[in-house]
Design a protein around this ligand. Structure first.
Ligand SMILES: *[C@@H]1O[C@H](CO)[C@@H](O)[C@H](O)[C@H]1NC(C)=O
Ligand SMILES: *[C@@H]1O[C@H](CO)[C@@H](O)[C@H](O)[C@H]1NC(C)=O
Ligand SMILES: *[C@@H]1O[C@H](CO)[C@@H](O)[C@H](O)[C@H]1NC(C)=O
Length: 662
């Protein structure tokens, strides 16, 4: 059993879809952290900054440790001086602890395509008054990935990998009493050694673990939007005072300003007024996913006057989250998985490899799966050496590997179900190769031994930072009420409750809470976890899919009730977070909200433009034109890219999966 997968589970769907190559020559370390934002070019077309903030926001003596928050930006398509400049939209990809940097590198351009006005500014001979173009921004939360210092519970990747593999080999926690007891002991070891380790590191000054739960991140967000206000003012002055401003506006296509008679003293005054830093009053525009909805709701509770736009997508019940009860997470997971059989039968053998005959029904496929599962539970499969598994590592696949992968697939059926169908088909034929391939991709990789004489050498370490098994837990367990339990109590209460929510997946979800059994941290600043009658400066838009495996739609309605005036938008699809299925309707509502602040009508349900196991149709085939075509093309790109990025079964590994989808 491995935690990296679980950590990814509460994340925005894309979080796990492959890595981005580091731009040549760019190193975060080359940027000196500053209290004002200074952006540097990075990753080709992006801008990066490191914001220097206190580790302990409660410290008033100006001393103590500092945190350097890594920030990434996709610049708006107009300069800040343009009246169409809409400010920054901040996003958070969930986890907790997932890398905002990675999410913007992978998905930021698509986010911008959705929220920006339809017409590209350079080609706009005329623009509608009120059109807006946004900066898209995110950050790595405290302790995570490029934000320093980091949480690390292991000295190096080798130790980390050994731990993961041992966890995986033990199977799931209900496979036997021994497995359960072992799992529990593991989390005792992990939690206590991690907190001890981090305390040694932080002994002299403030301890990172005491200062990285959600309220501190809210304070960081306030610091970010204030620093952005300061940056906007400076940037406007820089442009206005630059002798090349006129050329700049021409070269970037902003001729409007030039032709405009207001490009005069008067206009200058208007620009200065519009762009000036409203110190202490800068507002937030935000799109948060999954745990990012807890962060957003907490921001809204602590800073209601600063809410300008807040979209909370894949809604966690924040009260449940802070109480650590976890009663409202995987309640819909089984229902989502059941849809696999429905869509597989609908697609038939041509579209879904797990179906072997056009006469298969949802019920017959489910039965086939259930029997496969109990066979695999009784007898793991030895993976036979094959051309497709070049290294010939002796390997086995178990029911645990399968269920974990299925649970992951529920987040993004569009991308993962064709792969799952191939894996199930192969397993049904006694062939474990494709499952072996996909589960192997879930492990943290250390360089192969041939490339690396000394596994402890720096070149061998190249950590995929931010993937520590406690990265989610270090935030999640610290946010929670103090938690004391025993192995027996955990089994009788938590495990039982989770298995009631989901007989297949409860035992995996229970691991998330097990992370907290020995988490010996008392954060210096906690949020009460109560959400009642919060009056935000602008109403919140909540979004949920009809079948979210981790964040049931009911959560959106519950949370909405705590914020009078807010609205819920339902997207009629399965998957975690609205981008897990392409919907022009959802995208249009999101755009309208950011452009003008308007909310969808009460009870709005958005259809999506695809079905699992079907290829995504072109805009033309679906009859989209104009604005809708642009949106569809942007949405579609994610899925075309997604299959490639998911990369779990490439052409060389199994053409079956690819055939299945093409
Ligand atoms: C830390 O600061 C916050 C916000 O100002 C406040 O609500 C909280 O009580 C403070 N905590 C401590 C321990 O002083
Ligand atoms: C097992 O499955 C893999 C991947 O789908 C395939 O390449 C291989 O040929 C299969 N092995 C046998 C013996 O059918
Ligand atoms: C951390 O950020 C880098 C970019 O600086 C990215 O390449 C890497 O994938 C990120 N790691 C994780 C776990 O998101």
């Amino acid at each position: 059993m491995k935690l990296a997968i679980l950590s990814a589970l509460l994340a925005a769907g894309s979080g796990s879809l492959g890595a981005i190559e580091t731009a040549k020559g760019f190193e975060w370390n080359d940027i000196t952290p500053t209290e004002s934002l200074v952006f540097h070019d990075c990753f080709g077309g992006f801008q990066c900054a490191r914001l220097d903030v206190p580790m302990n926001w409660n410290r008033t003596d100006g001393k103590g440790s500092r945190v350097a928050v890594a920030i990434i930006k996709i610049p708006a398509k107009v300069p800040v001086t343009d009246e169409r400049y809409g400010g920054a939209i901040l996003s958070n990809p969930g986890g907790p602890g997932n890398s905002g940097i990675t999410s913007i590198l992978e998905d930021g351009k698509r986010v911008q395509a959705i929220v920006d006005a339809t017409v590209d500014p350079p080609s706009a001979s005329s623009f509608k008054s009120g059109d807006k173009y946004f900066d898209i921004i995110s950050f790595d939360p405290r302790g995570m990935n490029n934000t320093t210092p980091q949480v690390t519970c292991f000295p190096d990747l080798v130790a980390r990998q050994a731990w993961d593999r041992a966890m995986a080999s033990e199977g799931h926690m209900t496979s036997s009493d021994v497995a359960y007891a072992t799992k529990y002991a593991r989390f005792m070891a992990l939690g206590s050694s991690c907190t001890a380790r981090m305390k040694i590191h932080g002994e002299e000054e403030d301890n990172l673990l005491d200062h990285m739960n959600t309220p501190h991140v809210v304070a960081d967000m306030v610091a970010i939007i204030e620093a952005l206000g300061e940056w906007r003012e400076k940037e406007a002055m820089r442009l206005l005072d630059s002798p090349t401003y006129r050329e700049y506006t021409i070269s970037s296509g902003h001729q409007k300003l030039l032709e405009d008679p207001r490009e005069s003293g008067n206009d200058r005054a208007a620009i200065i007024k519009r762009t000036s830093w409203r110190k202490g009053e800068e507002k937030l525009q935000y799109w948060g996913f999954s745990y990012g909805t807890v962060l957003g709701a907490t921001f809204a509770a602590l800073q209601p006057h600063r809410v300008s736009r807040l979209i909370l997508d894949a809604v966690v019940d924040s009260e449940d989250y802070y109480s650590l009860e976890m009663k409202h997470n995987i309640n819909d997971a089984e229902a989502v998985w059941q849809r696999f059989f429905y869509f597989c039968a609908l697609a038939g053998p041509k579209g879904c490899p797990f179906s072997s005959s056009p006469s298969d029904t949802e019920a017959s496929l489910r039965q086939k799966f259930d029997s496969l599962l109990s066979d695999l539970e009784r007898q793991p499969i030895a993976v036979l050496p094959s051309d497709n598994f070049e290294t010939y590592i002796p390997d086995i696949v178990t029911v645990s590997h399968l269920l974990e992968y299925i649970l992951k697939s529920l987040n993004e059926p569009a991308i993962y179900w064709p792969i799952v169908a191939t894996v199930l088909h192969d397993l049904y034929n006694g062939n474990g190769t494709s499952l072996a391939i996909v589960k192997e991709k879930e492990f943290v990789q250390t360089p192969p031994c041939t490339k690396c004489e000394d596994p402890y050498s720096p070149s061998c370490q190249q950590p995929r930072l931010g993937e520590d098994p406690m990265r989610s837990g270090s935030i999640w367990c610290s946010d929670a009420r103090e938690y004391h339990t025993t192995p027996q109590d955990f089994k009788d209460t938590t495990l039982r409750m989770m298995e009631e929510q989901s007989p297949l997946f409860g035992r995996y979800w229970a691991l998330r809470k097990m992370q907290c059994v020995a988490w010996d941290v008392k954060p210096k600043w906690k949020y009460s976890g109560i959400f009642r009658d919060i009056d935000t400066a602008h109403p919140i838009l909540w979004i949920g899919t009809s079948g979210d495996p981790l964040c049931p739609l009911a959560n959106a309605h519950k949370m909405s009730a705590a914020f009078p005036g807010s609205r819920v938008l339902e997207q009629a699809s399965q998957g975690h977070c609205s981008p897990s299925a392409p919907s022009v309707c959802t995208a249009r509502h999101i755009r309208a909200y950011f452009q003008t602040g308007v909310l969808p009508e009460d009870g709005t349900v958005c259809e999506v433009g695809y079905e699992p196991f079907q290829e995504l149709k072109s805009a033309q085939k679906l009859g989209y034109s104009g604005e809708d075509k642009k949106i569809w093309d942007a949405l579609k790109e994610r899925f075309d890219g997604g299959y490639r990025l998911a990369g779990v079964i490439g052409a060389s590994e199994s053409s079956a999966a690819l055939n299945a989808k093409e």
